[in-house]
Design a protein around this ligand. Structure first.
Ligand code: IMP
Length: 189
């Protein structure tokens, strides 16, 4: 690939991207969320459970703002396919390596869209005997909700648009953008 055809990190000038949240806005909000979590969980040792892949950047920035002893685990989830997804049926691709009985769990997700994935995951975790299960989400597209999901710590409400960057992808592209942008036409990428 020649230097001129390599995409720049910022994708500056990409006409298909409409910036929505700057890296600075994201960091400021995450610091507030981390402080709130540290206050609420003072004296406890919550387990932050990141949902791969999208939440990995958010989780890594979030934990550096939580002044507490915490644990970290990851799970990966995928839908069975377009049809079963609408029924809320999802598949755990990577499960936890540890028991969560009696633990305070904070599920960390990039975005809540229809709510199908999260409603399945939260119910699954609650059935494993966790002391508490709460949800931290960076973004919320409430207009698209099919299943009600309570978000305990929310970064931003956003309009119904497909967004990329800061961990969120379209066909595995754009995860490394240091900000969040609306992908104007997914057919162009
Ligand atoms: P839900 O089950 O519809 O709430 O789906 C949540 C998952 O869909 C998220 O964890 C993302 O992986 C993906 N997703 C939903 N909306 C977007 C978006 O606007 N950009 C990128 N991924 C998205």
């Amino acid at each position: 690939m020649s230097a001129s055809s390599a995409p720049s990190l910022s994708e500056f000038g990409n006409p298909n991207l409409e910036p929505l949240l700057t890296g600075e806005q994201i960091q400021t909000r995450i610091s507030e969320m981390g402080a709130e979590i540290a206050r609420d969980y003072a004296g406890r040792n919550p387990l932050l459970l990141g949902v791969l892949k999208g939440a990995f950047i958010f989780l890594s920035d979030l934990i550096r703002t939580i002044d507490l002893q915490i644990g970290i685990e990851f799970m990966a989830i995928s839908s069975y396919g377009a049809e079963t997804r609408s029924s809320g049926e999802v598949k755990i691709v990577k499960d936890l390596d540890v028991a969560i009985e009696g633990r305070d769990i904070l599920v960390v997700e990039d975005i809540v869209d229809t709510g199908l994935t999260l409603s399945y995951l939260l119910a699954n975790l609650r059935s494993r005997g966790a002391a508490s299960v709460k949800l931290v989400a960076l973004l919320n597209k409430h207009e698209r909700r099919l299943r009600e999901v309570e978000i305990d710590y929310l970064g931003f409400n956003i309009p119904d648009a497909f967004v990329v960057g800061y961990g969120l992808d379209f066909a595995e592209r754009y995860r490394n953008l240091p900000y969040i942008a609306v992908l104007k036409d997914p057919l162009i990428q």
